[in-house]
Design a protein around this ligand. Structure first.
Ligand code: ZN
Length: 183
């Protein structure tokens, strides 16, 4: 089922998610619908907050981005990340490392708005999947960036919070219009 994606100004985007306690039918349906919604919107990631659910869960699919590659490692060995997509990450924990990298980011909750965001280049992830298994991997490139962006969402943090003040000021008009519900 395609879900409605809430946009900047919606209060749920600012809510810190609660842990998913049990992977039941409701969570499975939510995750499936989030994957469908992300694909329908041509996004590379979607957090529960963006479909108005304040839980610590997000989905990812970085396959289509040929010009922004990703690398993924499991137990120190490089793996084919295509085969792991789409991913559902429940109650994620991350550790960031690597150099700072600046790349343009957008967000399905900020239609028409993009900005350069500074993030670390590498991330170590531990989460639960839909089968209730613990998964862990390391990532760089777009996958590392998408993980950090979505991890922020489940903590109520938005990509505009990571812009420097002059960049944020240059987007102020657009953000105000989006907040007011006008595009
Ligand atoms: Zn986003």
């Amino acid at each position: 089922m395609i879900l409605e994606i809430v946009e900047y100004g919606h209060p749920t985007l600012r809510q810190k998610g609660t842990d998913v306690r049990e992977i039941n039918e409701e969570i499975r349906n939510l995750a499936e619908s989030m994957i469908e919604t992300m694909h329908d919107a041509d996004g590379v990631g979607l957090a529960a907050q963006q479909v108005n659910v304040a839980k610590r869960l997000f989905v990812l699919d970085v396959r289509q981005s040929e010009n922004r590659p990703s690398t993924m490692w499991e137990e120190g060995k490089e793996v084919d990340f295509d085969a792991r997509m789409p991913m559902v990450l429940i109650n994620p924990e991350i550790t960031i490392s690597g150099d700072w990298e600046i790349e343009e980011e957008g967000c399905l909750s900020f239609p028409g708005i993009g900005a350069d965001v500074r993030r670390r280049g590498r991330v170590k992830v531990r989460a639960t999947n839909l089968e209730g298994q613990t998964i862990s991997f390391e990532a760089s490139g777009l996958l590392a960036r998408a993980v950090q962006h979505e991890f922020d969402h489940v903590n109520g943090i938005l990509f505009i919070d990571r812009l420097d003040s002059s960049k944020k000021a240059s987007l102020a008009g657009k953000l105000k219009r989006l907040r007011a519900g006008k595009k």
